[in-house]
Design a protein around this ligand. Structure first.
Ligand code: UD1
Length: 417
């Protein structure tokens, strides 16, 4: 796997455009399977996870092609229903194909999905959705097979906890089901709203978009559609916090302002300033100096778990004692161990991390443990003196299209090899 080499100690200055959203694009790609025709996704990020999903779609018989950042997917001649074990294991979002393949052709065989190892990440809620809609699900070791005797049936499903993936899979399964599906206690993450809007453009009938209660009336046929993948709120948050860690001044173009309110609130608590005009966010982080005493990750619109390790990196640069509590994934504090190698003073216990910030950070050899954790190491490295080498940088490339070019554009000394 590749390495990222950074030389830190200078404020980030300049302007960067925010890429299309990974977590919006992946379920949209899965949704393409529902339609016996073509969809086009503009502003689609050219990242490893998107390429993995593209590879899976092709293995099922889809035709795909890229023109710059537009990805065209044609599933007219889809024939497969079995997802290769290695492909399924390569990323979490492979599980999204369960809902769409069941909706399209009534059967799917897949190994348990992979993705970042940030906790047990069960898929019991996804499977429950399919079963409630009439599918039979069988498990053989790590292989799952789901089949519908005739079709999926609309019904009422109330999620016991908020799950982004299970909500998305429920939506995908319901779009072509017979009758109306009522999904209750849905997750509110913006990527779900984006998926619904894309499906509407394809002819799906969905009510209650943006609420916890979605009503989906099954349709028989969808239509060709094109859609603009919205910008990535976590990438925007990462670059904003990289500016905070280095006390820089940056302009972020194409920022999904409404989606990053909780990230901005924590940034303001640190002393960061910002203004936004027409999708351009100007952030002046030169005044960042206040420790944030307590932050806990929550479902949207709360502070995102995907920003937890990045926040930890920033807090290390601010004098004082802060605490972060990880409420979503039980094993997502692993990056703390790597941040300590840079000199960070962090103590973890269970779901809590206590950070004693303001001490010197010094470049060292560290290993990315997951996608966002890898980005957090880059943020800490930018604030550290000397050179940091981040191993397993491929993790970062799963979600950031060109983090090296983006940060270099902000004046960072960074190289991938
Ligand atoms: C998605 C995002 C991920 C983000 C997470 C939470 C994608 C591709 N990934 O992941 O970046 O960190 O939302 O915002 O969009 N759970 C169960 N059973 C299930 C499903 C989930 O117990 O069947 C639990 C999980 O273990 C976790 C919680 O529910 O504790 C939330 O997980 P979920 O919202 O499903 O996350 P993902 O969809 O996997």
């Amino acid at each position: 796997m590749s390495e990222m080499i950074l030389e830190g100690g200078r404020p980030l200055l300049g302007c960067v455009r925010i890429q299309g959203s990974k977590n919006a694009a992946l379920p949209m790609m899965a949704a393409a399977v529902l339609h016996e025709g073509e969809v086009a996704l503009h502003n689609c990020p050219r990242i490893a996870d998107v390429f993995s999903m593209e590879r899976i779609l092709r293995s099922l018989g889809a035709e795909t092609c890229w023109e710059d950042h537009t990805l065209r997917i044609c599933c007219r001649n889809l024939h497969g229903f079995e997802i290769d074990r290695e492909d399924a294991a390569s990323m979490r979002s492979s599980v999204m194909l369960m809902g769409s393949l069941l909706g399209r052709q009534g059967c799917v065989r897949i190994a348990y999905p992979g993705g970042c190892t940030i906790g047990a990440r069960p898929i019991d809620l996804h499977l429950k959705v399919f079963q409630t809609m009439g599918a039979r699900v069988e498990e053989q070791g790590d292989l799952l097979e789901a089949r519908t005797p005739d079709c999926l049936w609309g019904t009422r499903i109330c999620f016991p906890i908020s799950s982004v993936g299970a909500t998305e899979n429920g939506i995908l399964a319901a779009v072509k089901a017979r009758g109306t599906t009522l999904l209750e206690n849905c997750a509110l993450e913006p990527e779900i709203t984006h998926l619904c809007h894309f499906l509407q453009a394809m002819g799906a009938e969905i009510g209650g978009i943006g609420t916890r209660r979605l009503r989906i009336r099954g349709v028989r046929i969808l239509r060709d559609a094109q859609f603009w993948v919205p910008p990535d709120r976590i990438v925007a948050g990462t670059y904003l916090y990289a500016a905070a860690a280095t006390r820089g001044k940056v302009e972020l173009l194409d920022v999904p302002l409404g989606e990053i309110a909780s990230i901005l609130r924590v940034y303001e608590k640190m002393g960061g300033q910002w203004e936004c005009n027409g999708g351009k966010l100007k952030a002046d982080a030169s005044g960042v100096r206040r420790m944030v005493e307590y932050t806990r990750t929550q479902c949207y619109p709360g502070f995102p778990t995907d920003m937890q390790s990045v926040l930890m990196a920033v807090l290390l640069t601010i004098p004082g004692k802060g605490r972060i509590r990880e409420e979503i994934f039980e094993d997502r504090l692993k990056t703390a161990g790597e941040l300590k190698k840079l000199g960070g003073r962090i103590h973890t216990a269970g779901r809590d991390a206590w950070i004693i910030g303001g001490g010197p950070l010094t470049g060292a050899r560290v290993e990315a443990r997951d996608l966002r954790g890898g980005a957090a190491l880059a943020v800490a490295a930018l604030a550290a003196s000397g050179t940091t080498v981040i191993g397993n940088a491929g993790f970062v490339e799963r979600g950031y299209e060109a983090i090296d070019a983006d940060l270099a554009g902000l004046g960072a000394r960074i190289e991938m090899r």
